[in-house]
Write a protein that binds this ligand. Structure first.
Ligand SMILES: Cc1ncc(COP(=O)(O)O)c(C=O)c1O
Length: 413
């Protein structure tokens, strides 16, 4: 996808002065590329696409069409999966809070549910008693030490014996069994060594709990780095592994452990790795001013559009100048790009020794993960999402611009 000022101007005329651009083919390519490295070593690998990372239905539909499970962590996300036509048996339900009705409904529908706590084991027990003629198989989320500072709050403690106890309680229920083990660690530690360690620990647990027959699945969760511009990459003080490096750290452990075709499914739940680079945010420069030594360009966007987590990482961006007509307000030198909110911190980026004027466009890269799902309706409604299809080189609306009415619809007025 090659953007120009004219393309952005045409899109702005149709959709307004700020919008996300979703590159659909990039998502498909990322998916196929990442998965193929794993499958070339361990063919029984499958992905569960992490809805929370970016639940734009268009992406979820593509993931489903490519054969991914829908990895959801709330009833809201479960509802979306069903609404877009995902088979219940292709949904993996994770997360710390699954309400009684939601958890039972998912199990009865044949979705894979990875239990996270004792309360959820109790809900399973209750369901199993009520439906004594049916058999239920669930997964258990494991929590073990992977050498990071923070103790994760999720899953059953392996070292403290909770996992073992949960396993035995479930196995003793006449119509319940454990179908597989799950783990996911949300940590900046995304190195290949860390994933090799997680794989080995999960395989050890599998050996302990499934001595006779392998489980149906071993799920290593997500958390992988995605592709990124060099400018962003330089801001991490660690090596950013490639898709191939992750596959080469994890898949051989599985291939060695299960040399025959009878091994379990290796499930991974990538979010960031698949979507981080598939979205951009474009916004028009709508005003400029100079206050003492500070040069300021106001854009029709906000830091919450591109970095709702307020990370201090600087995203790669491009300025598209209107070369054909000068709408004035030109600034030259160091310029702060500020947003529409009333917050002083709302500075999207800084331009060093550049040039910008009213009517130009700024486009930020690498904003596909944890952006649109985290963007608050703070001060202004949300911008639309426009998908780009590189096959026929067309743009189409994936989410319309939000209105004030949308924002206030749930309030009692
Ligand atoms: C259980 C689970 N799986 C997968 C993911 C996706 O993580 P990422 O987007 O970092 O790949 C998350 C994110 O928090 C998660 O909680």
């Amino acid at each position: 996808m090659k953007l120009t000022w004219q393309i952005l101007e045409n899109l702005a005329r149709e959709y307004g002065d700020s919008f996300y651009i979703l590159d659909v083919s990039k998502f498909e390519n990322n998916y196929q590329e990442f998965l193929s490295y794993f499958r070339s070593i361990y063919p029984r690998t499958n992905f569960g696409y992490s809805y929370k990372t970016n639940y734009t239905p268009k992406l979820c539909q593509i993931a489903d069409a490519l054969g991914a499970y829908a990895e959801v962590v709330s009833q809201m996300e479960y509802d979306l999966a069903i609404k877009i036509g995902v088979e219940p048996s292709r949904i993996i339900f994770n997360g710390p809070l699954k309400r009684d009705r939601d958890l039972k409904n998912a199990i009865l529908n044949g979705s894979t549910v990875n239990l996270d706590s004792w309360q959820e084991v109790e809900i399973l027990k209750d369901l199993a008693e009520k439906f004594s003629a049916r058999n239920f198989a669930v997964g258990l989320r494991c929590n073990f030490d992977i050498g990071i500072d923070r103790i994760s709050r999720f899953g059953f403690d392996v070292e403290g014996g909770d996992l073992e106890y949960a396993f035995s309680v479930i196995s003793q229920l006449p119509n319940c069994s454990v179908a597989g083990l799950h783990c996911h660690f949300s940590t900046p530690q995304r190195s290949i060594e860390s994933y090799a360690l997680r794989a080995r620990k999960m395989l050890n647990l599998t050996g302990l709990y499934f001595p006779e027959r392998p489980p149906k699945f071993i799920n290593l969760g997500g958390g992988f780095f995605g592709k990124m511009d060099e400018e962003l990459r330089k801001q991490f003080d660690c090596h950013i592994p490639s898709y191939r490096e992750y596959a080469e750290a994890i898949a051989p452990e599985f291939a060695r452990h299960f040399p025959q075709d009878t091994g379990p499914q290796l499930i991974l739940e990538p979010g960031v790795a698949l979507v981080a680079d598939v979205m951009q945010f474009a916004c028009q420069v709508v005003g400029t001013k100079t206050i003492r030594s500070r040069q300021i360009a106001l854009v029709a966007g906000s830091i919450h559009n591109i970095k709702p987590t307020l990370t201090d990482k600087k995203l790669a961006m491009n300025v598209y100048r209107n070369e054909s007509s000068d709408r004035g307000g030109n600034l030259t030198g160091d310029i702060d790009l500020v947003g529409y909110t009333c917050m002083e911190h709302d500075c999207l980026s800084k331009i060093d020794r550049g040039e910008i004027g009213i009517g130009d466009y700024v486009v930020f890269n690498n904003i596909g993960a944890y952006t649109i799902v985290f963007k608050p309706p703070f001060i202004s409604p949300n911008s639309p999402i426009i998908s780009y299809d590189s096959t026929d080189k067309t743009y189409a609306l994936s989410r319309r611009r939000e209105t004030s009415e949308d924002v206030f619809a749930t309030y009692i007025i």
